[in-house]
Design a protein around this ligand. Structure first.
Ligand SMILES: [Zn+2]
Length: 99
């Protein structure tokens, strides 16, 4: 299935928590914001191909496989919101090297 990765991600409570924070901040642009709200409402399986593509390219990809600028470690979904607001450092490094 084309967007199985999105359906899989939606089963990850850490990703969903991160997504909820993004939506709350309105930091994603429409139409991705509206699509993110659908996903949050548990309607990921109802996305059209086009909506899934927008969600993937505007929300998932920009936040996937991110590395901490300091230690080079993978940033977990539960750290991603923090990472995005702290110059690209994981919480561990941010604590060690305050900006
Ligand atoms: Zn780090």
């Amino acid at each position: 299935m084309l967007y199985q990765n999105i359906l899989d991600l939606c089963k990850d409570p850490d990703f969903m928590d991160f997504l909820a924070l993004l939506v709350r901040d309105e930091s994603i642009e429409n139409p991705a914001q509206g699509i993110a709200k659908m996903v949050l409402a548990g309607r990921a399986s109802e996305l059209s191909d086009k909506q899934a593509y927008v969600f993937d390219s505007c929300v998932v990809k920009p936040h996937s496989k991110r590395l901490c600028h300091q230690c080079g470690g993978d940033v977990l979904w539960q750290e991603m919101y923090y990472y995005c607001h702290n110059g690209g450092y994981c919480p561990k490094c941010q604590g060690r090297f305050p900006l």
